[in-house]
Design a protein. Structure first.
Length: 236
C-alpha cells in the first residue's frame, strides 16, 4: 500500500523540479538577451580614432545616398549595442549649408566579415554655436610682439580638417577623373584673426603615380566652416 504513495511523491517532486528548471532557464535567457541587446557606452572615448572613422564613414555614406555636402566636425556622443556584431549609435556634429548641426547615426559593424553599413542617419537639431577653437587651442598666442603666423602641430584635428577641405576643393575644381590623395601635411602655420583662424599649409599630394606639393591658405570661421582662400603649386 506504500508503493503508490511513494510513486506519487516521486512524480510530484519531479514535476516541481522540471517547473523550477524551466523558469530558471527562461529567466537566464531573458537576462542574457537583455545583456546582449542592451545599449551601453562605447569602449573607446568619443575622441578615439576608431569612433571618428565610423562617424566620418556615416557622413560619407549619407552624402553619397542623399547627394549631400555635409562636413564632419566631431563625435559628440557614442554608445554601442551588441547584435550580430556591433551596432554603433553615434551623435555627430557636422556642418550643412554653413551651419553646425547634430545628427544621429547608426553604423553596423561585423569585423570578422569586414562588413560595415550605415543603418540610419537623421538630423537631431542644431549644434551649439560656440567657437570650435580658440587661440590657445591652436597654439597661437597674441602677445606684445604683435600678431602673426606661428607654427602649429600638423596632427592637430583642426589643421587636418583644413588640409582635407583644401584637397576636397582641389578635386572639385579639377577636371581630372583621377582623385587627389593627401599624403602629408609637411608644415603648418596658423593665426587667429578676429572671428576666424587662418591656416598656411604645405601639402604633399598624390594623384595617380604623380606626387605634387601645394601651398594653401584655408580660413576656418568660428561657426565651423572652412574656405580655401588660396592655392598654388610648390616647386621647392
Amino acid at each position: 500500500m506504500q508503493k503508490p504513495n511513494f510513486l506519487l511523491s516521486f512524480l510530484f517532486s519531479t514535476a516541481i523540479s522540471i517547473l523550477f528548471l524551466n523558469n530558471f532557464s527562461a529567466e537566464s535567457m531573458a537576462t542574457t538577451t537583455n545583456t546582449l541587446g542592451g545599449v551601453h557606452p562605447s569602449q573607446g572615448s568619443q575622441n578615439s580614432a576608431e569612433l571618428e572613422n565610423l562617424a566620418r564613414f556615416a557622413v560619407d555614406e549619407h552624402n553619397k545616398k542623399e547627394n549631400a555636402m555635409v562636413e564632419f566636425v566631431r563625435v559628440v556622443k557614442a554608445t554601442e549595442q551588441v547584435v550580430a556584431g556591433t551596432l554603433h549609435h553615434l551623435t555627430v556634429e557636422a556642418i550643412d549649408a554653413g551651419k553646425k548641426k547634430l545628427y544621429e547615426a547608426k553604423v553596423w559593424v561585423k569585423p570578422w566579415m569586414n562588413f560595415k553599413e550605415l543603418q540610419e542617419f537623421k538630423h537631431a537639431g542644431d549644434a551649439d554655436d560656440s567657437p570650435s577653437f580658440t587661440a590657445s587651442d591652436l597654439g597661437v598666442k597674441k602677445d606684445v610682439h604683435g600678431p602673426g603666423l606661428q607654427a602649429v602641430p600638423t596632427n592637430y584635428p583642426v589643421v587636418q580638417d583644413a588640409a582635407n577641405h583644401a584637397i576636397k576643393t582641389l578635386q572639385q575644381r579639377s577636371n581630372s577623373l583621377v582623385p587627389y590623395e593627401l599624403k602629408e601635411i609637411v608644415h603648418a602655420k596658423a593665426e587667429v584673426v578676429e572671428d576666424f583662424a587662418k591656416f598656411h599649409l604645405l601639402l604633399k599630394v598624390k594623384r595617380g603615380d604623380k606626387e605634387e606639393k601645394f601651398k594653401v591658405e584655408v580660413h576656418h570661421k568660428n561657426e565651423g566652416t572652412y574656405h580655401l582662400n588660396h592655392m598654388e603649386p610648390d616647386h621647392s
